[in-house]
Every structure is written in C-alpha cells, then in structure tokens.
Design a protein around this ligand. Sequence first.
Ligand code: SF4
Length: 395
Amino acid sequence: MSAPGMKYTDEFRDPVKAKGLLAALERAVAETGATAEKPLHIMEICGGHTHAIFRYGLDKLTPPGIEFIHGPGCPVCVLPMSRVDDCLDIAERPEVIFATFGDAMRVPGTRGSLMQAKAKGADIRMVYSPLDALELARRFPEREVVFFGLGFETTMPSSALTLQQAAREEIANFSVFCNHILVPPPIKALLDDPDMRLDGFVGPGHVSMVIGTTPYDFIAEDYGRPVVVAGFEPLDLLQAVLMVVRQIAEGRSEVENQYARIVPRDGNPVALAAIEDVFEPRPAFDWRGLGEIDSSGVRIRDRYAAWDAETKYGVGYGAGKSSGHEAELAEGCLSGEVVKGKIKPWACPKFAGECTPETPLGALMVSSEGACAAYHLYAGARASAAETEREKAAS
Ligand code: SF4
C-alpha cells in the first residue's frame, strides 16, 4: 500500500482501514452487477496469498459477489510425481548427499517421498539455501552434493548465483537438480482453457520482485483481464482486490502494482542477469494436475553442464524421459481440479479424511502454500459445518 506513513506491519492490519476498504469494495462490486449467484471469479495466483486470504478470513469478509479461485502458484504442489521419483533415484545413490528445502521432504512420488527415503537410510539433508548445499560440497569433497533446485522465479536467482559460485571455485562435487518453473505460462494455459472463467488476477508479490510487472502485460492486452500485483498483509490484499474490481467496473484491463513499495516495474536487474546467464527455457515442463505446459520451466545452460544433476545422473528430461501423465496424481486425489480452481479443496472426498497434513495424499496438502493445507488449517471448521449441512440436506 502506498499510504503515507505506513511503515509497520500493524498498520497493514488496521481494522478501521480494513472496514473502509471493505465498504469501497462492496460499492465497486455492486457497480459490476456481480452477486452471490453470479460472482466475479478472481484468481490469486500465489499460494502465499491463498494462505493470507484464509488466515485473515478475507474470503468471508469480502462481499458475496467475489469468489476467490486459488491458482497454481505453489511450486511444491505442482511438482509432478515423476520428478520426485527422479529425486529418489539421485538421493539413493551411496555417494550422494541430497540437499533440499524442508517443504519438499513429504511430497509424494510414485514410490514414496524424500522423507521416507531418508528414513530408509538415504543421506538427505534439509538446507535453508543453495549456498548451504554448496558449503556441504566444500566440507565433504569425497561425496557428491546435489541441491534440489525448486521454485518459481523467486528462488531462481539464488540457485543461479550458487551455480556461478560453484563454477568460479571449480567445485566439481556439486550439482543442481533443476526444477525451476515460471509463473506466466500456466496463467496463459488457464486462460486458454475453455472451461475456466476468470475475471481478474491478484498477481504474485515475491515472484514480481524478481521479474517486475511487465511479464503480465499479455493478460491485460491479449485476454482483457485486469491484474494487480499485491503484498501479503490483509490490507494489501483488500486493496488489490478493490483495484481489480474497480478495473472491471470501469471496463479497464491493465496491470497495476499495489505492492510498489517492494516490486519495481522492471524487476531486479541483478537477479534477472544471473537467471539469464545460468538458465534457458525448456521446450515444455510437466505440472502436477495441469499436464505439460510449453516453455513453463527452465534448464541449466550447457556452459554450466558440469553442475547439472539431470545430465550428470541421467534422470528426467536429461535422460530423454517425460513424466507420463498417468502417474501424476495419487488415486482419488483431485488436486488437478483444485489447482485449476475448478473445485474447492473440501469438495474432494479425501479432504480431512484420508488426506490431512499428517497423511497427505497430494502435494496440495503438503506444502505450507498448498490450497488444501490452507483450507485444512484455517477453514477446517467451516468445512465441517458444510459437511454437516450436506448430510442434513441428504437425509
Ligand atoms: S484434499 Fe488431498 S486428496 Fe484431495 S485434492 Fe487435496 S491433496 Fe488431493
């Protein structure tokens, strides 16, 4: 938010300001003619926004003429099972120390998760950054250290800078298993899906710190949908939704930046230069629940091939394999429908029964940014109430 003097977190949670924004939102929604029966479908792309919406109860505070559709912006959630299997193939080698962020540990592949492989003896270690993994390579020169590079444009720069550092120091026992993916291509795929109805987007804050706002121009220009890049506090999100709805009410479709205190229009040039030096687009990448999407991932450029685990160990695309969509989802898991925003998590028959954060069937229940985990954590009571109502209606 750009209000003068707003500096501290509390100010972005001020209930008086929230009431003002909600009143303005109610007026703007009324101007569009949207109702509870015919709501505006607004997709928050980022999983962090999904959690903030539920954490602060914004889905209940906003007028009934708005329906939030939860987008595919959680990299752990959209990682296909075959790539988890590839991780296991690498991690189970006796010479390998496999270094990963903690939230990838419990994501299920077709033959288990990294957590389960660790319990069986694989040397899998949780790290907070790729530089921690590089330090492991320095400390254990007799071992091979593989970093699980995962995430959107937000985490790409740290992987790129670490690879550059490994190359500078000629650390030969370090490599990266690259699973970095891009935000704009799946949004285009969703907009091209004839079953989807999306009226506007709340754009991701962290990704946009790196790439800026111009990569979203096609959404406004080619598809006529408004986009507002937003921060993560409740007033950030309320203001961003208000900006989206005002555009719809006024018949505009533009890319606006609610998070201008953090997000520059042209992104971060240092981060973008590192990405450009190290990575190049893949022709296509598989997404759990969405299938293969053109140009939606990156691979390591040939000049850094010595540090590319995919070619070093002959796994995944490096071995000419594609994931095979039949292996993408656990049986009964509807995360493909949830990721596309076609159903809410509690419409999945496994939700909160067979599938919980402790016993996840799908990645959406694993990650701290997954929509199913958000519903379970913050909206579980509402789900139980909805279930009771459904049972009452059926009896
Ligand atoms: S609740 Fe579990 S099984 Fe159902 S869609 Fe979500 S992750 Fe899949």
